[in-house]
Design a protein around this ligand. Structure first.
Ligand SMILES: *Cc1c(COP(=O)(O)O)cnc(C)c1O
Length: 433
């Protein structure tokens, strides 16, 4: 598979864009080599600028649950564009998208539309602080909530919960009110609340983690989240930017039976255009300006094109729910990958929730960032390139989930498993050299 045009394009991009990309995950840094430049997507397929075709399992990192260029979404965007791209004033479409979100996610009574997942989480933690009048936010190592300054933290080495900045440009002052805890660990959460309970405004978490690879939550962890936030009067902020409308119409919270105070959304709610949202109990949401005093604004928030794509996507999901089919296809892929790894003798652990899944190159189950970080990322890189050579476009990092779309078919899953059998054999042979 020749990719010389992609390689040249990357060189041009490097001259004018830092690292050649507008978001670091795209740069293939974790697998080496240069990224693929795409020209076109249709259904489950992508075509690069050299004319190669791939089965796509990235789905633009989550939004494209209907596949690329879904006719209903394309039509909605075209019709909206013809009527003007932005008014900076209320439109009927914003209310429609908000109604769809509130209907799908019962814990959301009112919702504010923003332009990205980052904006949604940033606004939600400001609201939690404004509502409770408390300073501290708890987050979990390995969970990602966008590039919000105060959430760009790693667990400190000395005190277990003390956050330290994990990017230059984030000051110790900015993160002093962030506590970082291990995921899936109810004891650590209990201790943090015992120590800081009266100071904690909210706990933000991924209900099914997707940003350290797919990591499933333990029931006792979810119970502790629900119980401790209630007991101490802190808000439970469920970050469903990835899982919302992905693992179920009602999000991960509907599958797992959790009742958050606030929910953040993004990715699928924009149907491939820039939309984020945060919502929750009306009593809490009514603290947002101009109903309340917590400031949050956006020139392009509720943008007509983005809103049209979001409505078209959610209405399609509501009228023709793909979730049962996605469950069956995803299980087929999961089993196929697991068996391929077993056959090749490559120790792997597969985690899946609905149509998001990760094949971890690890001999132990991955339950938190500690166990995730022990994966064999060299083996993953070999696997990634082998699959790419066979026309399967996977996320270019061990620490991402792959996604299926409603456009994928059983035949494509079989082709993917076939490719994985060959590639994992190569991975096994390369490792024993
Ligand atoms: C992608 C993601 C975000 C950030 O969303 P952006 O639109 O990239 O800003 C936040 N939280 C989670 C769980 C995500 O997966």
């Amino acid at each position: 598979m020749g990719r010389t045009k992609s390689q040249e394009a990357f060189q041009s991009a490097l001259r004018v864009i830092p690292g050649g990309v507008n978001s670091p995950a795209r740069a293939f840094g974790a697998v080496g080599g240069s990224p693929v430049f795409f020209q076109r997507g249709e259904g489950p397929f992508l075509w690069d600028i050299d004319g190669n075709r791939y089965i796509d399992y990235v789905a633009s990192w989550g939004p494209l649950i209907l596949g690329h260029a879904h006719p209903r979404v394309v039509r909605a965007v075209q019709e909206a564009a013809a009527c003007g791209t932005s008014f900076g004033a209320p439109t009927l479409a914003e209310t429609r998208l908000a109604e769809l979100i509130c209907e799908a996610v019962p814990s959301v009574e009112k919702v504010r539309l923003v332009n990205s997942g980052t904006e949604a989480t940033m606004s939600a933690i400001r609201l939690a602080r404004g509502f409770t009048g408390r300073p501290k936010i708890v987050k979990f190592a390995g969970n990602y909530h966008g590039h919000v300054d105060s959430l760009l933290v790693a667990a400190g080495s000395s005190a277990a919960t003390l956050a330290v900045p994990n990017s230059p440009g984030v000051t110790p002052g900015t993160v002093q009110d962030t506590l970082v805890l291990p995921y899936n660990n109810p004891q650590a959460l209990e201790e943090a609340f015992q120590q800081h309970g009266e100071q904690i405004a909210g706990v933000i978490f991924e209900p099914v983690a997707g940003n350290m690879g797919c990591v499933l939550p333990r029931p006792e962890f979810l119970q502790a989240l629900q119980r401790l936030t209630r007991q101490y009067g802190a808000l439970l902020i469920c970050d469903e930017v990835m899982t919302g409308f992905r693992v179920a119409w009602g999000g991960a919270q509907s599958l797992l039976g959790i009742q958050p105070d606030l929910t953040t959304l993004g990715k699928i709610v924009g149907g491939g255009l820039p939309v984020g949202a945060y919502g929750g109990r009306a009593e809490v949401m009514d603290h947002v300006l101009p109903a309340g005093k917590v400031f949050q604004a956006g020139t392009l928030s509720g943008n007509p094109l983005a809103t049209a794509a979001g409505i078209a996507t959610l209405e399609e999901l509501k009228e023709n729910p793909p979730y049962q089919r996605l469950e069956a296809l995803s299980e087929q892929l999961a089993q196929g990958l697991q068996q391929a790894a077993q056959k090749a003798g490559v120790p792997c652990h597969l985690a899946r929730c609905g149509s998001m899944l990760t094949l971890f190159f690890s001999s132990e189950p991955v339950v938190d960032w500690d166990t995730a970080s022990r994966c064999d990322t060299k083996r993953f890189a070999r696997y990634f390139w082998g699959m790419l050579e066979r026309g399967v476009y996977l996320p270019c990092s061990q620490y991402e989930a792959l996604f299926l779309s409603a456009a994928h078919t059983q035949e494509l899953i079989e082709q993917t498993i076939q490719a994985a059998e060959e590639v994992l054999q190569e991975v096994a042979e390369a490792s024993s050299d």
